[in-house]
Design a protein around this ligand. Structure first.
Ligand code: ADP
Ligand code: MG
Length: 177
């Protein structure tokens, strides 16, 4: 992402204190009080150790893609973190679990889904555990629209400016709530 603080070395771990990295997190929910859950999730993300939320997008509403159930609510948080990407993902997973997330089958409806979209300008290829940039983000209006709301200059490493991707997705419904 452009306009960021100095970016830590690409990849996982590394000993010693890390310089803060700016990361983007995608939030989604389509069960129960989805909007309330997303608002709460922003606060939980802000409470992750060595991490603070710099910007919260508004809430967006989208039809499920490759998933089932009611409409999704989506949002994006920009954070500054000293955690490495794997630790940040673990912290997000704990927040999902606390929200009662169950994984009965792939693409099941979810109470809360937190995806690591961007981690500085890093490209991390450690499937299935972690792939950054999130491999499907560039094709999803419900990710790009809230991302551009809070980070209009965001760049997707290996792809290019996020703003250049969104026009092709005009057919996907994603509306501000
Ligand atoms: P979805 O792909 O619909 O978000 P899940 O949230 O259940 O599905 O994630 C499935 C797995 O994807 C997780 O176990 C996680 O380790 C892995 N994963 C790989 N890359 C990422 C990423 N960038 N952000 C979040 N999860 C990721
Ligand atoms: Mg996920």
């Amino acid at each position: 992402m452009s306009g960021t603080a100095p970016v830590a070395p690409t990849g996982a771990g590394g000993a010693g204190p890390r310089r803060p990295v700016r990361a983007a997190i995608g939030l989604g929910a389509n069960l129960g009080d989805a909007a309330g859950r997303l608002r709460e999730a922003f606060d939980r993300i802000d409470a992750i150790a060595d991490t603070r939320v710099l910007a919260r997008s508004g809430l967006w509403r989208s039809a499920p893609i490759e998933a089932r159930g009611p409409d999704f609510h989506n949002a994006v948080a920009i954070v500054e973190t000293r955690l490495d990407a794997f630790s940040l993902l673990e912290a997000l997973r704990r927040i999902e679990d606390d929200a009662g997330r169950e994984r009965p089958y792939r693409n099941a409806p979810r109470t809360l889904d937190l995806d690591l979209l961007l981690y500085g300008d890093a490209r991390i290829d450690a499937p299935p555990r972690l792939v950054v940039p999130h491999p499907r983000m560039a094709g999803r209006a419900f990710v790009l629209r809230p991302l551009l709301e809070v980070a209009p200059d965001a760049t997707i490493p290996g792809i290019g400016p996020a703003a250049g991707q969104v026009d092709a997705l005009a057919g996907q419904r994603a509306d501000p709530v």
